[in-house]
Design a protein around this ligand. Structure first.
Ligand SMILES: Cc1ncc(COP(=O)(O)O)c(C=O)c1O
Ligand SMILES: N[C@@H](CCOP(=O)(O)O)C(=O)O
Length: 465
């Protein structure tokens, strides 16, 4: 299995090199050269298997010879052993034909743990074989950062720097990133929004002196391994609802387009997914694009669903690559236009995208109302992101069973949940002292040179400031 860049101008890589490389050297994102498929019989045979067994069968064809079967199965087992639910990703029925896929039973209470816990294991295995050391830099609107820190804290061959937008993450998210005490963890609060954090991260990857000098690695959904691990729960949930014998639709609270793109990969692998519905908050560039064809950036507006406060949606590039028949030059042209403010998707590519994806946008008021309403109707306490998903799913519900992804635990966003329900959602007991732990964070400006200097200094000193 080899991986190629969406911009068509970078070397094809193995799974291991793709995972450790992050962004392709032409600025593009890696995707598999061909997408392996599972037959109707292969999928039917997964009924009744554990999450870990399904994970192995779904991901194995993508991993090539990076890990033996035995090692890969062991890494999967270790990755999910710490989850707080035996099913790992349990389904809850909200209405006769509508199900909630709870993805928040991992250590940091968001769906990011599914991929990050596995990537942590895979990085350790690969780095211990090669004896190399890497510097992970991540950009976060709140959840990727805490999941990455949890997965890599204390590892001797990794430093992890997380850029988050100062004042624009929830207090729980911030404390998850600023309270770990390990020397290899560096939380950086940047003046700006998530798009600024992600843009500086991509600038670092495109600065080859810096990239090679610090051995830069990425664990955002830039990294193909992130997307891959997220494919699994589309299979596990659809199979438990009767796939491959009947089709299923999914609604996905969306920002950087990684999670819903994983659903697209599941569909391409043969899972009968009827529709993938993009659910956005008021930062609705994806919804506007699917409606009009115009992908035009706007400034990020802070919302009560801060993890989705994103306007430049990184993985949309992967969707465009396929919608443009894998024409890297066409994607490069679109990305150049994006730098100047935006682009228009061609009619053919837009029709392809609309065959796969539908979309909806939810206002702040409707998000809050849905948290209130869902509690009254179903007894579920939703986080604001999941509430956006449920609202859009209800607007798109047809005869096909609908699964909405619940992407975070409500206790990560207590203010929004309390406003809507009157109740303060409790953190799990193991995190009960989160607000008593001392915080450690460095304030940084949105300046590439300064950021690179800080990272170089920290690595060469080898201690946390
Ligand atoms: C809680 C939550 N929901 C939804 C999303 C959006 O997911 P994606 O960026 O993969 O579209 C994020 C951030 O990624 C998130 O943290
Ligand atoms: N919502 C994310 C934003 C980064 O997304 P990623 O999937 O590319 O890591 C976050 O919580 O950080």
């Amino acid at each position: 299995m080899r991986y190629i860049s969406t911009r068509g101008n970078a070397p094809a890589l193995s799974f291991e090199d793709t995972m450790l490389t992050g962004l392709a050297r032409d600025g593009g994102l890696y995707v598999p050269e061909t997408i392996p498929t599972l037959s109707h019989g292969d999928i039917a045979a997964m009924a009744g298997l554990s999450y870990e067994e399904i994970a192995f069968r779904v991901m194995r064809p993508f991993v090539g010879d990076t890990f033996t079967d035995e090692v890969f199965a062991d890494l999967i087992a270790k990755a999910y052993a710490g989850f707080g639910h035996d099913a790992r990703a349990p389904l809850v029925q909200l209405a006769p034909n509508h199900f909630l896929l709870e993805l928040f039973h991992g250590p940091t209470l968001a769906f990011k743990d599914f991929a990050m816990q596995l990537i942590g294991q895979m990085f350790q295995e690969a780095l211990s074989r090669s004896g190399k050391r890497v510097t992970i830099v991540g950009a976060t609107s709140g959840d990727t950062g805490s999941a990455a820190i949890e997965a890599f804290r204390g590892l001797s061959n990794v430093d992890v720097f997380i850029l988050y937008p100062h004042g624009r993450v929830s207090e729980v998210q911030r404390r998850q990133m600023t309270t770990p005490t390990e020397d290899n963890v560096h939380a950086l609060a940047l003046t700006g929004d998530f798009d600024d954090c992600q843009a500086r991260l991509k600038d670092m990857f495109n600065d080859f002196d810096f990239r090679d000098g610090v051995r830069l690695a990425g664990v955002n959904s830039i990294n193909w391994a992130r997307v891959l691990a997220q494919v699994v729960y589309y299979f596990s949930s659809a199979i438990s609802l009767g796939a491959p014998h009947r089709p299923i639709s999914f609604t996905v609270p969306t920002g950087n387009f990684g999670d819903i793109f994983a659903g697209y990969i599941a569909k391409r692998m043969g899972l009968p997914i009827e529709k993938l519905v993009v659910a956005t908050n008021q930062n609705d560039i994806l919804h506007r694009c699917l409606m009009t064809g115009g992908y035009v950036t706007d400034s990020v507006i802070p919302s009560i669903s801060p993890s989705m406060d994103i306007q430049v949606s990184s993985n949309f590039e992967r969707a465009l690559f396929d919608a443009y028949d894998r024409d890297g030059a066409a994607v490069s042209q679109l990305m150049a236009e994006l730098k100047a403010g935006g682009f228009h998707v061609s009619q053919g590519a837009l029709e392809t995208l609309r065959d796969i994806y539908a979309s909806g946008r939810v206002s702040e008021e409707d998000t809050s109302a849905m948290i209130t309403d869902a509690l009254a109707r179903t007894g579920e306490v939703l986080c604001p992101h999941s509430a956006i998903g449920v609202k859009v799913a209800e607007d798109h519900q047809g005869a096909t069973p609908m699964v909405t992804l619940a992407t975070a635990h409500p206790a990560k966003f207590p203010a929004a949940v309390k406003d809507a329900t009157g109740h303060h959602p409790a953190l799990p007991p193991r995190m009960a002292d989160l607000f008593d732990r001392p915080e450690r964070v460095t304030r940084v400006e949105n300046d590439l040179t300064d950021l690179e200097e800080l990272i170089r200094d920290r690595i060469s000193v080898g201690t946390h400031q």
